[in-house]
Structures are given as structure tokens and as C-alpha cells.
Design a protein around this ligand. Structure first.
Ligand SMILES: Nc1ncnc2c1ncn2[C@@H]1O[C@H](COP(=O)(O)OP(=O)(O)OP(=O)(O)O)[C@@H](O)[C@H]1O
Ligand SMILES: [Mg+2]
Ligand SMILES: [Zn+2]
Length: 518
């Protein structure tokens, strides 16, 4: 019996596990048998691997071939195992040295012509391999830039099975196209990557928005503390405009957060090939027709995809025209808002995706879309019911509520030089975030909004007297216990923005006003 081993990675959400791929060639009925819980796509690997081996000019063993994937209990999805299977098989055949390929992790789908096709989830897979101490990882060449973001592991981008085999045989690369050769990654270059995301934010600026001083201030508070925010107001007053500019106020992601965010987008597919590291907080704005799965993640057993809440991880989830979302869809937000992650269970295995985002909702006050309040033709009951589509429990979790008024013509015309730019506001946001960060040093949270209620009450209760301002609302029920925590968090952010060491009665009063929305 001839035997050889390679390795691959199975992903559940953004968490991965190493998988041993073992090929054995024995006498018996010719054919390729895959064992170890492969899904349907992986089962199709049999035909792809066979075709790829033949078109790469290698011999196909006309004997009984068993490929097993360990641990067998771990579900394995998708086509990313092709490369590991093909090389294990060639190792068992003696076509490449079994020692040379043992221990190497290989990720990639094979085309029938032997090319190595890109797959999703390469970044979390390489992170898994690096964490497990693997020395060398082979990935599809198109995923090389993404894979080489991971420090401490040697990464080879394979263009074709033929070129990879030549490399294992220590032969010069076959004479073929540039894309089909193998290429080794150079060291990660984080600095070159940051430039792209800066350039991308360049075209939106808070200075484009005239008037709306209150709403701009609220946007700044949201950026400084990571607080959820609701904008209401008549059509055309600038709700969408303001919302789209929230990311321009946020600081760049640190390296760990950037990798975390990029890993999620890697699983979702669609990272740009050249400079894949996402260094700026993402902005995700699903349309109001989005399904529950699109919002919180899901899909079939074969393809479990992160939802908008995860694509917005460490950034902004913007729901424009929020009352138009189907009720059940919005209610699905509650769990990720509480937990900061989404867990999707399918056939005995659970996939996990982080989902810690700032929620930004926009809503008109009524469905008739009148631009002036006096033109509104809606009955009071309809107006009331429209906003009530945003359920109480959801609104309870929104720290800041801001009602915009229509901008006057004078403001539209003359307010130009008064409007602060994103850069100016972002600087204040950064200073406030630094204050919070220093206060939260050694604690696992980064912003005021992250601090759980229990810890907030224990460690960060505002000084005595500051809370007296909200005794009355608490007594008469206008402010709930959950609401109180939210008010206190925002009060801390207001203190951070004004350079105070702790909130006073003034910040608490303001924060209560922002929570109430007036
Ligand atoms: N405050 C403002 N400053 C500058 N331009 C504005 C302002 N408000 C609205 N506009 C102009 O009106 C357009 C519509 O604004 P925007 O889409 O932000 O309004 P909205 O409040 O989201 O309206 P709707 O409820 O219809 O979605 C903008 O593209 C912009 O050209
Ligand atoms: Mg709008
Ligand atoms: Zn109306």
C-alpha cells in the first residue's frame, strides 16, 4: 500500500481547524473514494482532481484510491480541498516525494485544466495554519496577497497544479503563462495598504452637509463612543447624506481589528486581489428589501455566508428607510446587538461570525414623503404607526435619536464656510476615543458603547450628584433601566469629547435628551 499526507483547513464561519488529508493506493476496484464527512461540493472534487491530474500530464492510478479527511467528525465544505487531495494522491503514487508535501497546508480549487482557482476564506484559513505552527501554506495565486497578510508563515501562491508539482520535484517551472506559475509571498507591507482606504474616503466629506448643526453633533458623538443612532426627518433634509459620512469620522482600524474584519470579508468573497487588507471601518448599507439571512447571515449548509451585521463588524451598519424593512428582519438584529456575534447552526456544526457594529437607522416620519411638514397628508394614526414599525425593544437599544428639520434655503446657500470638514471632526473624535481607551486600558473594550451594563455600573458610575438630573424620568418611567445604562454611556462620551474626567449633571442631562430624541 502506498500512502501520502497533506493538510488543509476546514472553516466554520471565521474559525478554522486543520484537516489531515491522507491518500492511500491499494489493489482493488479502480476508483477514488472520499471519506470523512465531505459535503456535495467536496464530493465533486473527485472529478475535478482526476481531470486536473490528467491534464497536468500526470499519471492517474488505475487502482483503488481512498482519500480520507481527519478529523472525520468535522464538517468540510466547498471546493478548497482539491489541491490538498490532488497532491496527496500524487504523493501516494510516488509522482512527488511524500516527505516534501507532508505537513504543508494546501488550499485551492482545481479547474479541469489544472489551474488553481481562487477560493473564499483564505485569510482565516492561513491564520488557522499559522496559529497551529504550520511552516508553509500553498494558496491559489489569486489569493496570495490576502494570504501574505499573515505574519510568521511561508506562503506560496500556486497558479497551476503542474507548476506546484514541478516545485515539489525541485524542477524548473514548466514553460507556461505568468498566471500559472508559482510565486512566493514577500513580507507583509502594512503601510502600503493603508493608503488605499484613505483615498477611498476622499470623496465624501461632512463639509458637504449644510446646516443640521444638531444632527452633525450627534453624528460626532456616535463616532466618538460607538453609539447606535437614529435619524428621523422629512425627505431630502440630509439623513442619508449624514449617515454615509459617519465612516469619514472614524479612526483607522488597528492591525488586529483589520485582520478580523478582512477575515470576515474573505469568507464572504470579493476582497480586492491587489491590496486586500481592510484598514478602514467598513460601511454596510443593505437595502430595505434585504432578507433576514442577508442581514444576519445564513444560507444553505453548502454555503454559509456572513450577513450585513458581520460585514459591518467594527464599522457601521446603515439601514436607510428603516421602517420599510420587514418587521421580523429588524427583530433579528437584537441578538447580534446583544452578543456582538452571530452563530449559525447547520447539520450539527455551528459557524461563528463576529458582529460588533454601530447601528445607524434613518427614517422618514411618515410614509407620504412630503418634504414639508405642512404638506403631509397622513392621518395622525398612520404617522404614529409608521415609526412604530421600529419596535420598542429595538429603539430602546438606540443611544442617540435625532430629529432633523428641513434645511432652509438660506442654510443651503450660505452655510458653506461654517460647515466643518470630516478631518476637523475626526480629530476631536480621535482625542475622545483616546481618553476612553486610556480609561478602558487593560479591559477588553475599546469604546464606551462596548462596556457591558454590569461593568458600567460597577466601574464607571458617574460621580454622585451627576445622576440627580434623571431621577425624575426614572421615577415616572420615561427612562428604563436599560435606557439608564445607555444614557450613562453617552454621558461618558460627552465628557470625553469635552475633556472632562467624568460626566457631570450637564452631560447626563444632554445624554438623556439625546436618548429621548429631543
Ligand atoms: N443639509 C444638506 N446640505 C446639503 N445638501 C443637502 C442637505 N440635505 C439635502 N441635501 C441635498 O438633497 C439630497 C437628498 O438628501 P438626502 O438623500 O440625504 O435626504 P434624506 O433625508 O435621506 O431624504 P429621504 O428621506 O428622501 O431619503 C442630497 O443629495 C443633497 O444634494
Ligand atoms: Mg434618504
Ligand atoms: Zn405624511
Amino acid at each position: 500500500m502506498a500512502l501520502a499526507r497533506t493538510r488543509a483547513v476546514a472553516l466554520l464561519g471565521v474559525d478554522g481547524a486543520l484537516v489531515d488529508v491522507e491518500a492511500a493506493i491499494t489493489s482493488g476496484v479502480p476508483g477514488l473514494h472520499l471519506v470523512g464527512l465531505p459535503d456535495a461540493a467536496l464530493n465533486e472534487a473527485r472529478s475535478r482532481v482526476r481531470a486536473a491530474i490528467l491534464t497536468s500530464g500526470e499519471h492517474w492510478p488505475n487502482r483503488h484510491v481512498t482519500v480520507s479527511l481527519f478529523p472525520a467528525s468535522m464538517p468540510k465544505r466547498g471546493s478548497g480541498f482539491d489541491l490538498a487531495i490532488a497532491v496527496a494522491l500524487l504523493g501516494a503514487e510516488g509522482a512527488v516525494s511524500a516527505e516534501a508535501c507532508a505537513g504543508t497546508v494546501m488550499i485551492g480549487e482545481l479547474g479541469l485544466d489544472g489551474r488553481v482557482r481562487p477560493v473564499s476564506g483564505v485569510l482565516p484559513a492561513v491564520l488557522t495554519a499559522a496559529d497551529a505552527g504550520v511552516e508553509t501554506v500553498v494558496v491559489p495565486k489569486a489569493n496570495l496577497a490576502e494570504a501574505s497578510l499573515v505574519p510568521g508563515v511561508r506562503v506560496i501562491g500556486a497558479g497551476s497544479l503542474r507548476a506546484l508539482v514541478a516545485r515539489f520535484r525541485d524542477l524548473p517551472p514548466p514553460d507556461e503563462g505568468e498566471d500559472e506559475s508559482c510565486e512566493e509571498a514577500s513580507a507583509p507591507q502594512p503601510n502600503g495598504l493603508a493608503a488605499r482606504s484613505r483615498a477611498r474616503r476622499g470623496d465624501l466629506d461632512l463639509a458637504d452637509v449644510r446646516g443640521q448643526a444638531d444632527a452633525r453633533k450627534v453624528l460626532e458623538v456616535s463616532a466618538a463612543g460607538g453609539h447606535h443612532l437614529l435619524f428621523t426627518g422629512p425627505p431630502g433634509c440630509g439623513k442619508t447624506m449624514l449617515a454615509e459620512r459617519l465612516p469619514t469620522l472614524l479612526p483607522e482600524l488597528d492591525r488586529d481589528a483589520a485582520l478580523e474584519v478582512t477575515a470576515i470579508h474573505s469568507v464572504a468573497g470579493g476582497l480586492p486581489t491587489g491590496q486586500p487588507l481592510i484598514t478602514h471601518p467598513p460601511f454596510c448599507a443593505p437595502h430595505h428589501t434585504a432578507s433576514r439571512a442577508a442581514l444576519v447571515g445564513g444560507g444553505s449548509n453548502r454555503l454559509i455566508q456572513p450577513g450585513a451585521v458581520s460585514l459591518a463588524h467594527r464599522g457601521v451598519l446603515f439601514l436607510d428607510e428603516s421602517p420599510e424593512f420587514a418587521g421580523g428582519v429588524l427583530d433579528a438584529l437584537r441578538q447580534p446587538l446583544e452578543e456582538g456575534e452571530v452563530v449559525i447552526a447547520r447539520s450539527g456544526a455551528t459557524s461563528r461570525f463576529p458582529a460588533r457594529f454601530t447601528l445607524l437607522l434613518a427614517a422618514n416620519l411618515c410614509p407620504c414623503a412630503a418634504t414639508k411638514v405642512r404638506d403631509c397628508t397622513c392621518a395622525p394614526s398612520i404617522r404614529q404607526r409608521y415609526l412604530a414599525r421600529l419596535s420598542g425593544p429595538l429603539l430602546d437599544r438606540i443611544d442617540l435619536k435625532s430629529e432633523l428639520k428641513e434645511v432652509s434655503r438660506a442654510e443651503l446657500r450660505y452655510d458653506l464656510e461654517l460647515a466643518e470638514s470630516s478631518a476637523t471632526v475626526a480629530e476631536r473624535v480621535l482625542v475622545a476615543r483616546d481618553r476612553a481607551r486610556r480609561r478602558l486600558a487593560d479591559l477588553p473594550w475599546r469604546t464606551n458603547a462596548d462596556v457591558p451594563g454590569r461593568e458600567l455600573r460597577r466601574r464607571f458610575a458617574p460621580p454622585h450628584g451627576a445622576l440627580a438630573a434623571i431621577d425624575q424620568p426614572l421615577a415616572d418611567g420615561r427612562l428604563s433601566a436599560r435606557g439608564l445604562d445607555r444614557v450613562v454611556r453617552v454621558a461618558w462620551t460627552l465628557a470625553d469629547l469635552t475633556g472632562k474626567d467624568a460626566p457631570t449633571a450637564s452631560e447626563v442631562t444632554q445624554a438623556f435628551g439625546l436618548w429621548q430624541g429631543r
